[in-house]
Design a protein around this ligand. Structure first.
Ligand SMILES: [Zn+2]
Ligand SMILES: [Zn+2]
Length: 133
């Protein structure tokens, strides 16, 4: 089981499935959302995800005329889990606080639009745009 929380520790969740794959999105929207080179996420089945606190503090912003949406803690600003699609959540990987688990970067997406200064140094598969999986 994985546990995660935001910086102010108000928003908490657990993941009950055994995940290994981290996906890093390098697109310009994720870069602005985090102020960094993108965002590392886990994709989790709804059945394996449970909020354990702070859900009421979550607010979100949806980019107009797109499907892109980001959820964050209204108190501390940490990105928090949100809806990936009908059956799955996306979870920012940096929120997971158990470092004994064997998470590793499996995929990089939107590599075709990454920042010039962003150098990928691991062996995750690189996709120029999105991938299905
Ligand atoms: Zn918070
Ligand atoms: Zn992105």
């Amino acid at each position: 089981m994985l546990k995660g929380r935001c910086n102010c520790e108000a928003v908490n969740f657990t993941i009950t499935s055994n995940l290994t794959d981290v996906i890093v999105c390098h697109c310009s929207i994720c870069r602005r959302a985090t102020g960094s080179n993108g965002i590392a996420i886990l994709i989790v089945d709804n059945d394996s995800f449970e909020w354990t606190g702070g859900e009421k503090l979550i607010t979100s912003w949806k980019k107009p005329d797109s499907h892109w949406q980001m959820w964050f803690c209204s108190r501390c600003g940490s990105p928090v889990p949100g809806i990936n699609d009908e059956s799955r959540m996306f979870v920012p990987a940096g929120l997971v606080d158990d470092d004994s688990v064997s998470l590793h970067v499996a995929h990089h997406i939107w590599v075709g639009s990454k920042a010039e200064w962003d150098e990928i140094g691991d062996d995750g598969r690189q996709h120029l745009e999105a991938f299905e999986g």
